[in-house]
Design a protein around this ligand. Structure first.
Ligand SMILES: Cc1ncc(COP(=O)(O)O)c(C=O)c1O
Length: 389
């Protein structure tokens, strides 16, 4: 049967081909160190698993959830934002429960935009932002994130046409793939831009918990006026190693939250209530697991950067997220370099151009294997003699 135009036009998954190459290499019996993927390697903390186990025994959790999620989880999300960021949120009107943040990123344009309206997206950026373009039948244009600007957009470079047509602008800090972080001042400029041009802001805060060197990443919602112009999407996937559980929420602007909720009233009956219960425990329970996780990623980051420097690879340390964005030697394109590392060093990395054309010249490395594997990966790369010490 012929697919709808909407589905036909969905972008192909760039990283599916990387996953295929890695799987084929492993099948050949090669010891591949996979630094290409973004799946947290640590388990969900035991107290969250226990909350799920207890909750699933309660027959009340076997029924349909309230359409828009349980009061308990929305309350927990509001208390979490108050505790972590000092932000006040009304659980009923300023929080929407999501099956992970990915779905919210796609629902927002579907619920808020009409044919031909413009989305402004970061380049490089998380590839799934593009999925909503054909699904919502909207147009998009990108803005570059450059190293010389600490991977923050230069709003003065947006054209009048872009500012006039844009309905939503997407941001993501700590940033996947660059590891860049936002500043208070940058978010203030973002609110001003949104106000002046009537643009809705969508801040993807997937790596909100992961900031290094003692700096907690700033929430967009901490900015004066942020709730007037935008929402922030939070996920439990990374903060609590719950990627497979599919829990997140959107917080902020009432109209944008209501738009998500209306659409979801027709798509889902919210999450399994036992999962919502365990998610509440994650947000409000013991947070020492988060401190330990950030320490683990920071340690891995330090090992990676030290090892890169030791072999003469000139790199910049990421300030947050669990990714490092490393420059490719001049003789290669990003894709050639990623292929070369896979075939010659049995090290898998993600080619930067998979995140957009501004990603050319970089590869993305995930901090999702232990210190010794990171060291081993760099020893293998050292043997290729690509860098001068
Ligand atoms: C930048 C970014 N946003 C959103 C997501 C989606 O996370 P989830 O749907 O698990 O909440 C990811 C996942 O890797 C991500 O890297």
């Amino acid at each position: 049967m012929k697919l709808s135009r909407r589905v036909e036009q969905l972008p192909s998954q760039f990283f599916a081909s990387l996953a295929g190459k890695v799987a084929a290499a492993i099948k050949e019996g090669r010891d591949i160190i996979n630094l290409g993927q973004g799946n947290p390697d640590q388990p969900t903390p035991p107290h969250i698993i226990q909350a799920l186990q207890e909750s699933v025994e309660d027959p009340a959790t076997h029924k349909y959830s309230p359409f828009r999620g349980t009061e308990e989880l929305k309350q927990a999300a509001a208390l979490f934002y108050k505790r972590e960021y000092g932000v006040d949120l009304d659980p009923a009107s300023e929080i929407a429960i999501l099956f992970g943040s990915k779905i919210g990123l796609i629902e927002l344009p579907v619920a808020l935009m009409d044919e031909g309206e413009l989305m402004l997206l970061p380049d490089p950026g998380y590839p799934d932002y593009l999925s909503s373009v054909p699904l919502a039948n909207v147009a998009y244009s990108t803005f570059p994130l450059l190293e010389e600007n600490d991977f923050l957009p230069d709003y003065t470079a947006l054209t009048d046409e872009q500012k006039k047509l844009a309905k939503l602008l997407y941001l993501n800090y700590p940033n996947n793939p660059t590891g860049g972080v936002a500043t208070k001042g940058f978010f203030e400029d973002t609110v001003a831009l949104a106000r002046q041009n009537d643009i809705g802001i969508v801040h993807d805060f997937a790596y909100g918990a992961i900031g290094f060197d003692g700096d907690q990443p700033v929430s967009f919602l901490q900015t004066e006026g942020a709730k007037d112009v935008g929402v922030e999407l939070y996920t439990l996937s990374k903060t609590y190693n719950m990627a497979g559980w599919r829990v997140g929420f959107a917080a902020g602007n009432k109209d944008m939250i209501e738009a998500i909720n209306i659409l979801q009233d027709h798509l889902f009956v919210s999450l399994f209530p036992a999962v919502q219960k365990a998610a509440s425990e994650a947000l409000l329970g013991d947070q020492s697991c988060v401190t330990a996780l950030v320490k683990l990623y920071e340690q891995r980051r330090n090992v990676l950067i030290e090892e890169c420097k030791r072999i003469g690879w000139k790199v910049t340390a990421p300030k947050g997220s669990f990714f490092a964005w490393l420059p490719v030697p001049a003789a290669f394109t990003s894709e050639e370099f990623a292929d070369y590392l896979l075939t010659e060093a049995d090290v898998a990395v993600a080619a930067g151009n998979g995140f957009g054309k501004t990603g050319e010249g970089y590869i993305r490395v995930g901090l999702l294997v232990d210190d010794e594997r990171i060291r081993e990966a760099l020893r293998r790369i050292e043997k290729l003699q690509l860098f001068r010490k």
